[in-house]
Design a binder for this molecule. Sequence first.
Ligand SMILES: NC(=O)c1ccc[n+]([C@@H]2O[C@H](COP(=O)([O-])OP(=O)(O)OC[C@H]3O[C@@H](n4cnc5c(N)ncnc54)[C@H](O)[C@@H]3O)[C@@H](O)[C@H]2O)c1
Length: 281
Amino acid sequence: MTDSAQLDERVGIGLLGCGTMGSEIALAVVNRSVKNARIVAVFDEDAAQAARLADTLDPTPIACRTVAEMLAVQDISLVVECAAPAAVAAHGETVLAAGRSLFTLSSGAFTDTALLDRMTTLAARNGCDIVVPSGALGGIDALRSVRDQLDEVTLTSTKPPRAFSGAPGFAKWEELQITEPTVLYEGPARDAVPLFPANVNVAATLSIAGIGPERTIVKVVADPASPGNVHEIHASGAFGEFTFRLINQPHVRNPRTSHLAVLSAIETLRAYCERGPRIGT
Ligand SMILES: NC(=O)c1ccc[n+]([C@@H]2O[C@H](COP(=O)([O-])OP(=O)(O)OC[C@H]3O[C@@H](n4cnc5c(N)ncnc54)[C@H](O)[C@@H]3O)[C@@H](O)[C@H]2O)c1
């Protein structure tokens, strides 16, 4: 087989969002931790960010100015979104309508269940996939397995205060010194996402795997003594009950993003592109 024929067989990726996650995923593809994939084009609303990432990659992908420009590149079959829930709301349907599959980290967008329904219909019609990695959480496989038997699902997410900086739900605490565990929000997952869009994608992932964003109850806590980004899931119902507690170290480049989320994204992408055995999914 010639080199060009081999290239054609790899999954062509358009990267939407070139920050912490996007850069790590691109690196994993380039250094072949994710085989059978290649980064064909990148886009970020911050054009300099896209250009910067493109320059560090070999082979150099096309740095696109718009999502439409990226979707015009024929070689792309998968858009990997690592931007923000607003980017999924703005571009998710366009991606699927263009016949491209969507791999998304910003699951917070799917607390808008009408959006998720429309995207699911579009994906089925166009033979595309929507892939949501478990990200900073574990136990999603168990939750999905029992989703018809669940009575209650709660998530408590505790992070150091600096991880919430810039979030609308943190505005009133921004100038205050938080010295003890402080509950920033408690209520349905649906209402947590607009308040903490970069922090509670985990709540959305949990919701769509389980009993939905209205019935999944989320508590968001800022704690200066938190040993990391801590997520505790409790679920109960006719099946029994379980508790998962994850103490995630934040990524060195972004305290809002757990290192596990990056590793989960890379592993899920690897499994998707390589089509090998699927264990525990
Ligand atoms: N599911 C999970 O467990 C999980 C965990 C961590 C992060 N995330 C999510 O993954 C996404 C990426 O995280 P990150 O750590 O790389 O963030 P980051 O802030 O380091 O990078 C985000 C990048 O996306 C760009 N961007 C933002 N909005 C955009 C838009 N509408 N269109 C195009 N580009 C846009 C920014 O300019 C930035 O370069 C975020 O939505 C984050 O909340 C999910």
